[in-house]
Ligand binder design. Sequence first.
Ligand SMILES: CCCCCCCCCCCCCCCC(=O)SCCNC(=O)CCNC(=O)[C@H](O)C(C)(C)COP(=O)(O)OP(=O)(O)OC[C@H]1O[C@@H](n2cnc3c(N)ncnc32)[C@H](O)[C@@H]1OP(=O)(O)O
Length: 157
Amino acid sequence: MKKKRVQDSITEQIHFLKYEDINGEGRLFGGQLVSWIDEVAGTVAKRHAATPITTASIDNLQFKSAAYLNDLVVIIGHVTYVGNTSMEVRVDSYVEGIDGLRRPINRAFLTLVALDDNQLPIPIPYGLLIENEIQQLEWDNAKKRIDLRKHRQKEAF
Ligand SMILES: CCCCCCCCCCCCCCCC(=O)SCCNC(=O)CCNC(=O)[C@H](O)C(C)(C)COP(=O)(O)OP(=O)(O)OC[C@H]1O[C@@H](n2cnc3c(N)ncnc32)[C@H](O)[C@@H]1OP(=O)(O)O
């Protein structure tokens, strides 16, 4: 099976926060950020699989810190794991200061599934080439999260 590198599908999106992104408390609206996170993860998955994709789950989504009007939000996604028909994508969101330093505001892990023309899951045509210890650690941790998710799904629905 052909393999792609993590670098091949890494995706970065930026947003300069405007009034319409802000909630009644004066902070970035969480639902808006989740929508951007989904777009970034979807683009990562599409670039990796080169097929249509859909989001199966968003989990482990942590709002760590707030963002405010005029902040520059940087959202970066990369593949951590490739299964049979699904991929896990990690998305980190930051506020970038004028000094270039990035303050983490959110981290999320999403599972996306490759689809055929009939919207049914299909095997992902590319494996993931693991190139360093960090990527191996992320792969191993993703496998642990998949086991946890399966356990939780049995308890939920
Ligand atoms: C070239 C590039 C240019 C870029 C160009 C830019 C493009 C710009 C892109 C914008 C991107 C926007 C991204 C928006 C993305 C939406 O908004 S998608 C809309 C919301 N999502 C949906 O509607 C999905 C609804 N759910 C479904 O259709 C079905 O449940 C699914 C997800 C297809 C799964 O179907 P299923 O029959 O349950 O399939 P099943 O065989 O049981 O499982 C398939 C795989 O999914 C996994 N899975 C299933 N359910 C779950 C779950 N809940 N959690 C985790 N894993 C799961 C299974 O473990 C399995 O994995 P593998 O072991 O095969 O690896």
